[in-house]
Ligand binder design. Structure first.
Ligand code: AHN
Ligand code: ZN
Length: 325
């Protein structure tokens, strides 16, 4: 079932029989897609729910419990759900019991789009201004839960209204177990372990999507999304398409047509290993030391800095992209 309304446009031609039309004109019917309205209150509740479990650090109860809830939530909305389990070795030798969750919509549609976010939170607040917090876990309201919350709301919309494309929503684990700032060990490939695993072992061996969108830190007040470096390197036309749709929606104040930094994140490995063009919608700032939002990797990454307006700007943009395909 494809919900459409029909725009009737007067065209020039012959053979018209409609009595309301002048001679020499005919009606051309163009199907315009119905774009659902993204509900930022609903997305906010999905963020809140994850944060209520506590820091979702791999190998903790909060992580297991939140993972179980994510699986249940995807089962409510998606047609098919895959759970990938893996034991992943972190840079410090810790073995992480990780799960990636994949929710597929219209699994038999060969025209597919991939949407993703990481669901784990960081074990260490190593950018906190107070050194006493450098080994405390991060709640990850923005860094983790925001992207998942937006995608759960999109999953809910997909369960109500079919777009023309098939969609896969992936929640990656173990993105944020990257090297601690104060540990003197190699950083190489220490981030995004869940997506590295998926890229090497996709849930379907011949998996392909025409393009993908990663959401990372999409919930803070005054977020600014710039053209991230690897996104421009691997998928410049997708960046331009998404930023143009955002501009048309009136979100040009958040989606800036400016060059951002190169961020090693889940999209990087999917581009590099699986050759699927994936962009990263990630909040990048001008006036913070690390280039991210103020409370990045601090104990203050909590619900206080989640802004429904930012969730809406990102959620409505991605929704419009999907339903315009
Ligand atoms: C690096 O700092 C190399 N990547 C940041 C990826 C990230 C961390 N996204 C969220 N948290
Ligand atoms: Zn992080």
């Amino acid at each position: 079932m494809l919900p459409m309304f029909f725009l009737t446009v007067l065209g020039c031609g012959s053979g018209s029989s409609d009595s309301n039309q002048a001679a020499g004109e005919e009606r051309t019917t163009i199907a315009a897609p119905v774009i659902p309205t993204f509900n930022a209150d609903s997305a906010y509740r999905f963020v809140e729910k994850q944060v209520a479990f506590g820091p979702r650090v791999p190998n903790t109860d909060a992580h297991r419990e939140c993972g179980d809830w994510l699986e249940q939530s995807l089962r409510r909305f998606a047609d098919t759900v895959y759970v990938q389990t893996a034991r992943l070795r972190a840079f410090d030798g810790t073995i992480l019991n990780a799960r990636n969750f994949i929710g597929s919509f219209q699994p038999h549609n060969r025209n597919r789009i991939l949407l993703c976010a990481h669901w784990d939170s960081r074990p260490w607040a190593d950018h906190d201004p107070d050194p006493a917090n450098h080994y405390k876990p991060v709640l990850g309201a923005n860094d983790g839960a925001s992207g998942v919350g937006v995608l759960l709301e999109i999953a809910r919309l997909l369960s109500e209204t079919n777009p023309n494309v098939g969609v896969d929503i992936i929640f990656f684990d173990a993105e944020d177990y990257g090297k601690h700032r104060l540990m003197n060990v190699p950083d190489q490939d220490s981030w995004a372990l869940g997506s590295q695993f998926w890229a090497n072992n996709p849930h379907k061996s011949d998996y392909f999507a025409r393009f993908g969108i990663l959401l990372d830190m999409v919930g803070a007040e005054n977020a600014t999304f710039k053209h991230e470096g690897y996104s421009m390197m691997y998928a410049p036309n997708i960046v331009r398409k998404v930023w143009e749709i955002a501009r048309r929606e009136g979100f040009g104040h958040s989606f800036l047509n400016r060059e951002g930094g190169y961020i090693i994140d889940d999209h990087y490995y999917i581009n590099k290993i699986r050759n699927i063009p994936v962009i990263n919608i990630i909040d990048q700032r001008d006036h913070t030391p690390h280039g991210f939002f103020d409370y990045w990797h601090t104990v203050k990454d909590n619900m206080d800095n989640i802004d429904k307006n930012t969730l809406h700007v990102v959620g409505q943009t991605v929704t419009t992209v999907i339903y315009s395909e």
